[in-house]
Design a protein. Structure first.
Length: 255
């Protein structure tokens, strides 16, 4: 049997190596900041794709652990790279909301809380690097109407779901920002229509997620780019139709 002191010595060696690599990564984050010129700090599609690759590469390591470790590393890196800030709607259980935010975004990114989704969304909209964390669409959560055609914030998009690891097919909260809609490699698209019959041009099943006035929010499993033939055809059938976001699928869902 291996002596316990030898095992502990190996653990200490690994811990030291991990901290050295973390320090190296933070140095590289500083280099990214110096190299960037007008680029957005938060790139959710790249982040989700990278975490998914890391989770796949770690085999038996729980996806939730990979996600939490990465959240803290990315949080520290983003804090170095630029002025990103979170605007959090504390609707419902505040402790539960903060737990979701911490697990997804780590602890280093500055954050402000607001009593309603509309106030948090407005604050994020006024900040070029702002990210709003809001209750997921559905039921009484109709704030997403502001992202629709004719809405007050049509250039804001739903770009991530919280938590990142879940067995559910719909998140508890979402992150909204003015970053572009891009694919992480495993996504669902979020589409608003007023004429539900127009959805037939997509050629796949659409799931109703919320209603706000005449607008109906649906999710479809595949990623659809804003300029894809499907979205363009949808807009021809329904002038009110719009792609308002993309949700990377849960890490646990694809394992």
């Amino acid at each position: 049997m291996t002596d316990m002191s030898d095992i502990r010595a190996e653990i200490d060696r690994v811990d030291t190596a991990l901290l050295s690599l973390i320090a190296e990564r933070l140095e590289l984050a500083g280099a990214v900041r110096r190299a960037k010129s007008g680029a957005r700090v938060w790139r959710p599609s790249r982040e989700e794709s990278h975490v998914r690759d890391l989770s796949d590469a770690t085999g038996d390591t729980p996806a939730s652990l990979v996600s939490r470790i990465w959240a803290e590393l990315m949080s520290a890196s983003l804090a170095i790279q630029g002025p990103m800030q979170l605007y959090i709607a504390l609707e419902g259980d505040a402790l539960d909301v903060w737990t979701l935010v911490r697990d997804r975004f780590g602890a280093a990114i500055p954050a402000q809380s607001y009593p309603t989704a509309s106030s948090a969304l407005a604050a994020a909209y006024a900040d070029p690097e702002g990210v709003a964390v809001l209750p997921a669409p559905g039921g009484m959560n109709t704030w997403w109407g502001a992202l629709c055609q004719g809405g007050a914030m049509p250039d804001m998009h739903i770009l991530a779901g919280l938590p990142r690891v879940s067995s559910e097919d719909w998140p508890r909260a979402v992150a909204v920002a003015s970053a572009d809609i891009q694919s992480s490699g495993a996504d669902s698209s979020l589409i608003v229509v007023q004429d539900e019959a127009a959805l037939s041009v997509l050629g796949q099943t659409a799931t109703l997620r919320g209603e706000a006035g005449a607008n109906r929010l649906y999710s479809v499993r595949d990623y659809l780019a804003p300029d894809s033939p499907e979205i363009l055809s949808l807009a021809e059938r329904d002038p009110h139709a719009k792609l308002i976001g993309v949700l990377p699928r849960s890490l646990e869902a694809d394992r």
